[in-house]
Design a protein around this ligand. Structure first.
Ligand code: FES
Length: 121
């Protein structure tokens, strides 16, 4: 079986210099996008899809964090999420989670480590 080449997301340096990155991807054969960010020194990635009304978190504003920088925030209706787990903290979707995407860091470059994910061109 042929192994798919690693899919580079960005360098660690790029991630440390920006609040977040968006990458166009296909996940489980569906076109979508991924949010990638560093929080308290750790890199995280989630499918950019709010479960409330199926919108990208940055659909209304070019931001995915709230003003405190402690929570991810969907700009459609303001629901907030724990950036370390993707768990929604707002009552309507309390406990539901953003789809996490595994990352691996090798020699200063971050890669998606998901079997069913393909980076779009
Ligand atoms: S669509 Fe995200 S909070 Fe409503």
């Amino acid at each position: 079986m042929t192994k798919r080449p690693r899919q580079p997301v960005c360098t660690r340096r790029e991630l440390d210099e920006t609040p977040f990155l968006i990458r166009a991807i296909h996940f489980k054969n569906q076109p979508t996008s991924a949010i990638v960010f560093a929080f308290e020194g750790i890199a995280y990635s989630y499918i950019n899809h709010c479960m409330h009304m199926n919108r990208p978190l940055n659909c209304e504003q070019d931001a995915v964090f709230d003003d405190t920088g402690k929570y991810l925030r969907c700009s459609m209706h303001g629901f907030i999420f724990d950036p370390t787990t993707g768990e929604c903290q707002s009552p309507v979707c309390l406990g539901q989670r953003l789809q996490a995407l595994r990352l691996e860091e090798i020699d200063g470059t971050l890669y998606f480590a998901e079997k069913h994910l393909i980076l779009s061109a």
